[in-house]
Ligand binder design. Structure first.
Ligand code: ADP
Length: 464
């Protein structure tokens, strides 16, 4: 007998034995639907609904079948009753996004999809994303779910600064407080040394504040991460927030700079205040050199006032920075004003090099998680990716996934990713970190500011 018929018979027998197990009926219905036996798919759900009319799973399955057979309004009628359901609401939102898109309402569809992902990231659906014209910027916004200090979601509206009462130009709404990476440091491959420094410098003081006080050890100050692009600085900052379940506020230059005199300082102050209101939180300054460019390098500098404001916020002159974890990243540390490196400010400067072979193996493993793959020889992959950044490795995995997808669509047979697929994809890519080292080497050799860039020289095996 054919294996599908065996599965169908087995499910039918199981349903007959435990009719209250609605999950089995959903499975059988899906199986029929996948085989193109739509009538039986629908009949299975309807039969089950007769004995369990309240089952949200069955209702959602019926709506899905309606959607697939082009009965959009029937599907919408059911979905609308399900989107608020605490258990199934997120899945209902994904279906709602598809229905809205079919009705030509892309904006509402994107909104529904975003809400679904906010509730449950694992529902991400690449085929829907491509229909929505979804891009990585949208994806970033999904993560941008504001959290209260006790970790609950908050409506982003509550973060609006609102127009100025005195008729000043409106202060733009800043970036939202996001969630850190749920897996914490586990989402970060390699980087053990940097993780340890972050633990010592900012996580332990947060978790054991009393102990630090007892020994009279002063806490505070931030960490500046520097190194070639794509090597995990931002990723690690997000993971740091996840590690201690703190909110994450990522600040880019455009969140601060304002063409109106004085507004940039105000924006920066508001961002720090937002972090302080939602402690513990990680305040992450991406491309911090753009905000704090050396005062002698005024062409690039955002301005003396802004730098002074930044310094006094870091110092916590008028405010309490306890519970505020401050991280910053830059690809060009030599542009940052040296005043930022004084004690209590970014007094720990850490070089984030491209991952070594062990790191590359660990990162690839993380990036392949949840994707169909054979047993991979990660050592071999690591050997083929010398000089690759984390972002380069991601590009390698993405290339493989795309190739496998188009193969599967043509042959109808999904095949797992293999070691040689990865090695082949790696060979077609060039590591993007080399160029950075050309510039960094010059700074390290000729402007090594008290040995600041010794780690770069060590990495390059240049004798000092
Ligand atoms: P940077 O901030 O240093 O420019 P990112 O943190 O944005 O680099 O890294 C780019 C992407 O590469 C990340 O989104 C992540 O997917 C991947 N990545 C980089 N480093 C790691 C790592 N150590 N572990 C897991 N993924 C990583």
């Amino acid at each position: 007998m054919d294996p599908q018929q065996i599965a169908i018979d087995a499910l039918k027998a199981a349903i007959a034995a435990t009719p209250q197990n609605t999950e089995l009926s959903v499975q059988l219905s899906e199986l029929f639907s996948n085989l193109g036996r739509e009538d039986e798919a629908e009949q299975t759900v309807r039969d089950a609904l007769r004995s369990s009319p309240e089952s949200a799973d069955l209702q959602l399955q019926l709506a899905t079948l309606f959607y697939r057979s082009g009965r959009g309004s029937h599907a919408s009628a059911i979905v609308e009753t399900l989107v608020g359901d605490p258990l199934i609401g997120a899945r209902a939102l994904v279906l709602q996004a598809r229905l809205l898109l079919n009705n030509g309402d892309r904006t509402a569809a994107v909104e529904a999809y975003k809400n679904a992902l906010t509730e449950d990231e694992s529902l991400s659906d690449p085929s829907l994303e491509s229909l929505l014209g979804w891009d990585s910027d949208d994806a970033d916004e999904v993560l941008a779910t504001p959290l209260t200090s006790d970790g609950e979601s908050l409506d982003s509206d509550s973060f609006e600064f609102g127009p100025e009462a005195d008729g000043d130009p409106k202060v733009e709404e800043g970036p939202s407080l996001e969630r850190g990476l749920a897996e914490g440091f586990e989402a970060v491959g390699g980087m053990d040394g940097v993780k340890e420094q972050i633990r010592l410098k900012i996580l332990y003081p947060l978790e054991h504040a009393d102990m630090y006080a007892a020994y009279g050890k002063k806490i505070g100050g931030g960490i500046l991460l520097y190194g070639p692009p794509g090597c995990g600085k931002t990723h690690l900052a997000r993971a740091t927030a996840g590690e201690v379940q703190a909110g994450f506020l990522s600040v880019g230059i455009s969140d601060v700079l304002d063409m109106w005199m004085g507004n940039s300082e105000k924006n920066l102050h508001e961002l720090f205040e937002k972090g302080r209101r939602h402690k513990p939180s990680v305040l992450f300054f991406d491309e911090v050199d753009a905000l704090g460019a050396s005062r002698s390098d005024m062409r690039r500098s955002a301005g003396r006032h802004l730098i002074n404001q930044f310094l006094s916020e870091l110092d916590g002159v008028d405010a309490d920075n306890d519970g505020l974890l401050i991280l910053a990243a830059t690809n060009t540390p030599w542009h940052l004003d040296s005043a930022f490196r004084r004690p209590g400010r970014f007094d720990r400067v850490i070089f984030v090099p491209p991952p070594d072979a062990t790191g590359r193996a660990a990162i690839t493993k993380i990036q392949l998680k949840g994707k169909p793959s054979e047993e991979i020889n990660f050592k071999k992959v690591a050997a083929a990716t010398d000089g690759f950044s984390g972002a380069d490795l991601q590009a390698m995995v993405d290339t493989c996934v795309e190739a496998k997808l188009s193969e599967a669509i043509q042959s109808g047979l999904p095949k797992p990713i293999t070691t040689s697929d990865l090695v082949k994809a790696a060979k077609a890519l060039r590591p993007t970190t080399k160029e950075w080292f050309n510039t960094a080497k010059n700074h390290a050799l000729y402007a090594n500011d008290g040995g600041l860039y010794d780690e770069v020289l060590d990495y390059l095996k240049v004798r000092r």
